[in-house]
Design a protein around this ligand. Structure first.
Ligand code: SF4
Ligand code: SF4
Length: 429
């Protein structure tokens, strides 16, 4: 088995591109259903021509500006996957087109440099946000910087990187797993990234090597499955797993936490000890198999809880942080908040940590709470980890944040004065 991820990745990507080029008939159906095109300048564009242009991009050929614009606008909602009459995943096709455009635009060295710089900045932001909220020993435990490693576990809880910015969600997951008596080990943090931060910026070698190392760590526990929380990690290790492993190797089973909870719903229900007397609306994104239905089912099993359906743009991206088209982002938020308010909900419930981080500070403008679904499960089980990320955002005052959390930052080896500017950007973007 080869271990250097970059070679395998490129090789497999080219293999996939050849396969897609063969199968795609440039029928244009994926373009026709794409919910992002209304935010672009595609007037008079011919869907067949645009999709033909995408096939040109992945093959390094001259292409139309409309094709390039569409590729840049893809937010990975996956609406196009169902629409394709051939054996092609248009989201996958476009993700390769993005990489090809990046590589062609700036050259390999610059791509690597940009990826490295971005990753370093992100790592430090995550470290600082966690440092505001998590005791040093717990942080070390979470990111697996510790002595003896367990040999075997029934499951690995792979929480990714960014959830460390909202530790109350991560700790709630672990508390629920403990109560469900799951035999698991945690894996996550920047040292165990899936590699997407590099891959998205065009550095396939760096990203693949990173994702491969994480995969090797999961396998070392010989788990029955890996339970994920982050939608990107779940997508990378399912839709794109062969890019890390090559075509022959069998991969581990990756399931999103929402599926694990639904599969064990009777056990989950037996642990609920408090009714949660709230009317809740759920913030949804499509793009990941079953997650919307699973979280709905989990919330509906909570005693006392009243679930209301709301009209929303669930086809806008697969999570909020990567929905980077400003008009689309604005439209999503506007409709979400207006529908939640019109439904008379007490609480707007988020699924993903990235959505929660972006939305929770908006609570101050609305007559409802913004909470994560794991917080709701905790309330039903009789525990709650404070949502400090939200509290800090609601303070809207970095002096107050540092007065409250400065000692914890110092205990984590972080100088509050040096961290201040970056924290300001992270808490109040
Ligand atoms: S994944 Fe979503 S945003 Fe991307 S092309 Fe398909 S439908 Fe459009
Ligand atoms: S990816 Fe599928 S839907 Fe899109 S143009 Fe090709 S064949 Fe048609």
């Amino acid at each position: 088995m080869k271990t250097e991820g970059g070679g395998i990745y490129r090789e497999f990507m080219e293999h996939r591109i050849a396969r897609i080029t063969e199968a795609c008939t440039a029928c244009g159906k994926c373009f026709e259903v794409c919910p992002m095109t209304v935010y672009g300048d595609f007037e008079g564009a011919d869907p067949e021509g645009v999709t033909r242009g995408v096939v040109d991009i992945i093959n390094g050929r001259p292409h139309s500006p409309e094709a390039e614009q569409w590729v840049e606008m893809c937010q990975k909602s996956g609406v196009c996957i169902e629409a394709c009459p051939e054996d092609v995943n248009p989201r996958e096709m476009i993700s390769y087109a993005k990489i090809k455009l990046k590589n062609a635009g700036e050259g390999a060295e610059k791509t690597k440099e940009n990826s490295r710089e971005y990753f370093q900045l992100l790592s430090r932001t995550i470290r600082l946000m966690a440092g505001l909220q998590v005791e040093p020993d717990l942080f070390k435990h979470l990111v697996s910087i510790r002595g003896k490693k367990r040999e075997k576990a029934d499951a690995v809880f792979y929480f990714g990187c960014n959830i460390l910015q909202t530790p109350h969600i991560l700790l709630s997951c672990m508390d629920v797993f403990d109560r469900m008596e799951l035999d698991y080990e945690v894996a996550g943090g920047m040292a165990h990234c899936c590699g997407i931060n590099h891959i998205r910026r065009g550095d396939v070698e760096g990203g693949a090597a990173m994702g491969r190392r994480s995969l090797d760590l999961f396998k070392s526990y010989e788990p029955e499955r890996v339970i994920t929380f982050c939608p990107t990690c779940q997508m990378q290790y399912t839709e794109y797993v062969n890019l890390y492993t090559g075509p022959e190797e069998n991969s581990l089973s990756f399931v999103h936490i929402s599926r694990y909870l639904v599969e064990n719903i009777e056990k989950l229900k037996s642990l609920f000890v408090h009714p949660v007397e709230k009317r809740v609306a759920l913030h949804l994104h499509g793009g990941l198999d079953g997650v919307e239905e699973n979280v709905r089912a989990v919330l509906k099993s909570v005693p006392g809880l009243e679930f209301v359906e709301i009209d929303q743009h669930s086809d806008h991206g697969y999570q909020c942080p990567t929905l980077v088209i400003p008009e689309a982002r604005e439209a999503l938020r506007e409709k979400l908040f207006a529908s939640t308010e019109a439904a008379g909900a007490d609480s707007l419930v988020t699924i993903y940590h990235g959505c929660h981080r972006g939305l929770c500070g908006e609570e101050r403008y609305h007559p409802f709470e913004i909470e994560n679904f794991m917080t709701i499960l905790g309330q039903a089980m009789g525990f709650e980890y404070p949502d400090r990320t939200k509290n800090f955002k609601l303070y809207d005052d970095m002096d107050r944040v540092l007065a409250e959390a400065g000692d914890l930052l110092r205990a984590n080896g972080i100088d509050p004065d040096k961290a201040r500017d970056q924290l300001q950007k992270a808490v109040y973007p």
